[in-house]
Design a protein around this ligand. Structure first.
Ligand code: UT7
Length: 310
């Protein structure tokens, strides 16, 4: 039996920061941000709302959705580059908060591809019968490392969390194939010094190439054709990058997830947040073939083809 997602949840801060708000703070415009990135607004966590708070809320929703007992979770993986502190890990912090008393816990640092790395790691432990359930969270409070003086990056990012419970699912469903990758030579294009620093042009070129390639690779590894894909969830970094992968796969506009206009780029949280909305709003249905693909700092990338359903 394959490992698959059996419960999902998300958490977003209340406070919205619109492009018009940003116009007042820096030399930018709603017009530029919308046409160049697709973003209209993003959520910003308050000073009191930390990464672990958002992670806990998303995790609790995923646990309730899966209908499992937290004591049956064998492992917690939290993908984030913005933990509250280097250690204890976010996974340990929420282990205590959600009462997952029997779970091992660790964080994953793979930037915007982190949730893909988490799901793929979970798959290994589930299919080898080591653990029954694994909690995977993608969460970021990017606002705390954003350089609000740098219009090249400040307009792009937002805060939020998404979570999934991974467990065994019916034959034929679940994670069908995956690809993970990294290219450390590109680390210089996207990193944290004090703040987040990015060479947007270079990351853009890498993303357009890698998203399409990885999506095609997982389809092939699953023994499927492009025509078999029902839905695409690309990392929500830039609508132009997302559109290029959608077009390469030959999918119509309504078969691609789009939450970037509301939340901006939430790094490791963007794919699980989108997944929750697509399932809740009926765009993803049982037995749909869904391709998820992420890329980010490292450089890293990851893609998964799955058949949705328990
Ligand atoms: O999750 C991980 C990863 N990150 C990404 O995926 C980001 C990938 N990169 C991108 O999305 C794009 O590179 C950006 C949206 C960041 C920028 O788009 P671009 O087409 O690469 O534009 P650019 O950086 O070359 O800038 C074009 C112009 C420049 O002005 P000049 O030199 O042509 O006069 C910038 O100074 O746009 C200017 N610009 C802005 N103007 C208004 C840059 N940022 C802004 C801004 N408002 N916020």
């Amino acid at each position: 039996m394959n490992a698959g997602i059996i419960g999902i949840g998300r958490s977003l801060p209340e406070q919205k920061l619109t492009n018009f708000d940003l116009e007042k703070r820096m030399d930018t415009s709603d017009e530029w941000i919308r046409t160049m990135t697709g973003i209209q607004e993003r959520r910003i966590a308050s000073d009191e709302e930390n990464t672990s708070h958002m992670a806990k809320k998303a995790a609790e929703k995923a646990i309730a959705d899966a209908g499992i007992d937290p004591a049956d979770i064998g492992l917690i993986l939290v993908a984030t580059v913005t933990p509250d502190q280097p250690f204890p890990s976010m996974a340990c912090v929420i282990q205590q908060q959600i009462g997952a008393v029997n779970a091992a816990a660790m964080d994953i640092s793979a930037a915007c591809a982190g949730f893909m790395y988490g799901l793929v790691t979970a798959k290994q432990f589930i299919e080898s019968d080591v653990y029954k359930y694994i909690l995977v969270v993608g969460v970021e409070k990017l606002s705390k490392i954003t350089n609000w003086e740098d219009r090249n990056t400040a307009v792009l990012f937002g805060d939020g969390a998404g979570a999934a419970i991974v467990g065994k699912v019916q034959e034929g469903r679940g994670i069908l194939s995956f690809e993970l990758g990294a290219d450390g030579t590109g680390g210089k294009h996207l990193y944290q010094d004090k703040h987040l620093v990015m060479n947007g042009r270079e990351v853009f070129k890498f993303a357009v190439r890698q998203m399409g390639e990885s999506a095609e690779n997982v389809i092939q590894k699953a023994g499927l054709e492009k025509e078999d894909i029902d839905f695409l969830i690309p990392h929500q970094a830039n609508i132009r990058i997302m559109e290029s992968s959608r077009e390469r796969l030959g999918l119509p506009v309504d078969k691609m997830s789009k939450t970037i206009h509301k939340y901006g780029n939430t790094s490791a949280a963007s794919i699980p947040i989108s997944l929750v909305e697509d399932v809740e709003e009926g765009r993803i249905k049982e037995d749909d073939v869904v391709v998820m693909v992420g890329f980010g700092g490292g450089l890293t990338w990851g893609a998964i083809a799955m058949r949705w359903g328990k």
